[in-house]
Design a protein around this ligand. Structure first.
Ligand SMILES: [Zn+2]
Length: 263
């Protein structure tokens, strides 16, 4: 049967039932709704997650069946709460939401699930979620953040940043490519705020402490949207989708039987 769409939500139950095999890859985008500076909408991470996941799946489907579920937009964003426009879950609830989604997939016959993250605040939590749920369900479960899979290739398109920051040159460019009406270039000057990681001499020591975004940047953005463009955004989205697709098609990306048994 020809697969009509990579999007789970577009399909009907008999189509999804036919696709429910241990070989089908299911991409579950995980993002957030949180403040993105004065110039970008709060849906930014969720829109970018949907776009990268869909474009990656349209590459993967040439080789293997793949589906993209709706994006889980309820992420962990305590560090943005003080600025406004933000929802956050606590970790226990976040785990419970993803557990319900993953368990639903397993009960229908799916075994390969990629939790494709698009929000910095979810990174550490998703690693723990994958450990917990692999032990519980024994599925082939992987998580990664889309911009770390293609970090070097994405960085090559950026002028003032080494990687994807927040409401920055990269995120603003990608939003200009897919939803220009939601971007306000009149507020780019106000938003611009360098990320210390992009300053030449800053050496991070790897320690961790919780810090509100309000203490890092007055505008809520980290990075410089003034050098954003829709063309750059299209390049970044294409690079991200290709990087994700290449990983999903690499057999070593997925845990084998032995790794699963050893968890
Ligand atoms: Zn985010």
């Amino acid at each position: 049967m020809e697969q009509r769409s990579v999007l789970w939500s577009d399909l009907r139950w008999p189509e999804l039932k036919e696709l429910a095999t241990p070989e089908t890859i299911v991409i579950v985008p995980v993002a957030s709704i949180e403040q993105h500076g004065p110039h970008l909408p709060v849906i930014t991470d969720t829109m970018l997650a949907r776009e990268v996941a869909k474009c990656a799946a349209e590459i993967v489907i040439e080789k293997t069946p793949v589906l993209v579920t709706e994006c889980i937009w309820t992420g962990l964003s305590e560090h943005h709460m003080m600025i406004g426009g933000t929802f956050t879950l606590d970790f226990t609830t976040f785990l419970a939401v993803i557990r319900g989604v993953v368990q639903s997939l397993q009960r229908q016959g799916f075994e390969r699930v990629f939790l494709m993250n698009a929000h910095g605040g979810n990174i550490a939590a998703l690693q723990t979620v994958v450990e917990e749920l692999t032990r519980e369900f024994g599925m082939r479960l992987v998580t990664a953040t889309y911009w770390t899979l293609g970090a070097r290739a994405l960085g090559a398109h950026l002028e003032r940043q080494k990687g994807i920051r927040h409401a920055c040159e990269a995120e603003t460019s990608m939003m200009m490519a897919i939803a220009p009406d939601l971007v306000d270039p009149g507020r780019f000057d106000e938003a611009a705020c360098p990320d210390p990681r992009d300053e030449a001499d800053v050496d991070m020591d790897g320690s961790y402490r919780w810090i509100s975004f309000a203490d890092k940047t007055p505008s809520g953005a980290l990075g410089d949207p003034r050098v954003s463009s829709a063309d750059k955004g299209r390049l970044l989205l294409d690079t991200a989708a290709r990087s994700v697709a290449a990983k999903l098609l690499d057999p070593t990306f997925w845990p084998g039987d032995r790794q699963r048994a050893e968890v």
